[in-house]
Design a protein. Structure first.
Length: 179
């Protein structure tokens, strides 16, 4: 687990992958070991943790002001409040839009400025793509009663394929840097 070949800002990618693995593990354990039918209680932790890790990654990577942590932390705190006005889908969309903004800014900065190491540009690009498509998927899910089962599975499969590409790109970058 030595990752000394990562810069300090790049270690956030490791934290992000570990967080996603832990969330998936807790979901599987809840479903198959504890026989929970509903794992929606994990959703605020997932959305909040994902937002906090990715915002932290891109704030550090882009050398943005540390004052940007204040609205991010306030938003994360808001996601834990069980509000009947805001649904989980809407919280996920808001979180994804914030991640898209940070990832887009980081990508533009990397493209514009050649002094920034672009070792993770593939991962950053797929983070941007996955979260952008994910926003549209959640908007489509609101129209789900109008879709057939085949169309719903197609939408979910597109999201799952992009998610796999995102994970593969990060792991590929880790392996490439290890050599």
């Amino acid at each position: 687990m030595k990752y000394k070949f990562f810069k300090n800002t790049e270690k956030w990618y490791v934290y992000y992958i570990i967080f996603l693995f832990l969330i998936e593990t807790v979901v599987k354990v809840s479903l198959y070991v504890f026989k929970h039918d509903d794992v929606n209680f994990l959703f605020p932790y997932y959305v909040s943790g994902e937002l906090l890790l990715l915002a932290g990654l891109f704030i550090k990577k882009s050398n943005l002001s540390s004052y940007l942590y204040i609205p991010v932390v306030l938003l994360v705190g808001y996601f834990f409040i069980d509000s009947k006005i805001e649904t989980n889908d809407l919280k996920k969309v808001i979180s994804n839009i914030v991640v898209i903004c940070f990832a887009g800014y980081a990508l533009l900065t990397e493209i514009k400025n050649n002094t920034i190491s672009n070792r993770f540009i593939l991962a950053d690009s797929l983070i941007f793509l996955y979260y952008a498509v994910s926003v549209f998927v959640f908007f489509l899910l609101r129209q789900m009663e109008n879709f057939s089962k085949g169309e719903m599975f197609l939408i979910w499969n597109i999201n799952n394929i992009l998610c796999c590409f995102l994970y593969i790109s990060i792991i590929y970058t880790f392996l490439k840097l290890k050599k």
